[in-house]
Every structure is written in structure tokens, then in C-alpha cells.
Design a protein around this ligand. Sequence first.
Ligand code: G3P
Ligand code: CA
Length: 241
Amino acid sequence: MTYIFAHRGSSKDCPENTMAAFKKAFEDGADGIELDVQLTKDGVPVIIHDEKIDRTTNQKGYIADYTYEELLNIDAGSWFSKAFQNEHIPSLEMLLQWIAPLPLLLNVELKNNEIEYDGLEEKTLDLLHRYGMEKRTVLSSFNHYSLIKIRKLNPYIETAPLYSDGLLDPWEYVKVVSSQSAHPYYKTLHPYIMEGFKRNNIPLRPYTVNQKKWMQYFFKWGAQAIITDYPLIARSVLHGD
Ligand code: G3P
Ligand code: CA
């Protein structure tokens, strides 16, 4: 089985990391959703990519300097198109309420490589447990200490290191950070690297695969999934529909 994860939702058609983008990804036939989580000033896990809200909202400043209540009225859609002016920064809990009854996989990226959010791992795990999502979720991060911490907190949930540079024997590195799968930048995946992962039975989900020729390449090589901004196109490449 090969899966298609929608990167920040269907982020080429809708403002990234909003409920509109996640709902569109489901309509597009994505198998899973990839999203980024950080903490507000009052410790609420919210879904946003950048540490600052400047690029994807009509306000400025660090997410860590806003309370969740203060974020509720901030417009997270107009920067993309006026049609999305009612989109807001979703909380992780809001997303989980929506996704739990649906047949979708989830990839939560802990966005804690620039700012270390105290309690991000614990709060995310607690929410995933409360919504019964642990078996359908993979937690990823560029902060690999965070992955080791997750393994100590919960020995059962799947984790995957994100990385963008060439690593020596990356399939061995996955074990060092006590993970079970890998989310590499797609251009690091030369055939001999893919062979190494295959030999070690480590599932690969490269990011961010947006061109058809690369989608075909990874489907042919047996990547377990691709992470893409274009789930609809990936679906047609994979299934021919
Ligand atoms: O999960 C893959 C990808 O999302 C990592 O990069 O910067 O888009 O979060 P970024
Ligand atoms: Ca991400």
C-alpha cells in the first residue's frame, strides 16, 4: 500500500495549515494529512508552520507571544485569497475532532527546531491519546532529541526524523534516534540510499514531492508514502484516476 500525505493540507489550493486546506485534502483523496504544531503563550498546541504569524496571517509576532484566545480572531486566510478570510489558526484539538471519525492518517510535525516549546511533546501525545489517534499517527521533527523524548514518553507511537542533508547510512541513524521510519528531503534519496532503507525495512515518506516525475520515481521505488502539496495530482499518478 502506498499513501499520499497532503503537506500542510492541500496547500496549493487553500491557505496552508487551515481547516479549509485539510478538508480539501480529504476531498482530493489524500490518505493522510501533514501539519505543523507549536505552542501558544498559554500552552495550547496550534497548527502553524512559521514561528512567527507574519507570513500566514494579517498580524505580526511570535506565536509564543499570543494566547490561544488572542489568536481566535486572527485572519489566517486572506493572505492567500479573500475567499478564505474566515480561516483561522486551528488548534490541534480542533483538527483531531474533525479527523478522528474519518479514514485518514496523520503526520504531526513538532515544529520545535528553532524554539523549544516546554511540554509540546507531552501535550501532543495527550491529545492524540484522547482522540484515539495514536495508531494512525506518525510524529516527525527536525529536532531529533524531541523524537528520543517521545519514545521515552510513549514507546508505541511511531516517530520519524525529518532531515534535509545527506546522512551517512541514514537507516542506521533512524535507529539511533529511536524512530521507526524516515521523512527525508526527497533530493537526498539516491537509489543506493533507498536500497539501504529497503534492506532495513524502514518505511520512507519523502517530502515535498510536487513534480510528477518524482512522484513516479518514489512510487516505483516503493516509498511507503510521499508528502506533497498536490494530493490530487499524486493520486492520479498513483492510481491513474
Ligand atoms: O514533513 C515534511 C515537511 O513538512 C518538512 O518541512 O518546512 O515544510 O515543515 P516543512
Ligand atoms: Ca511540516
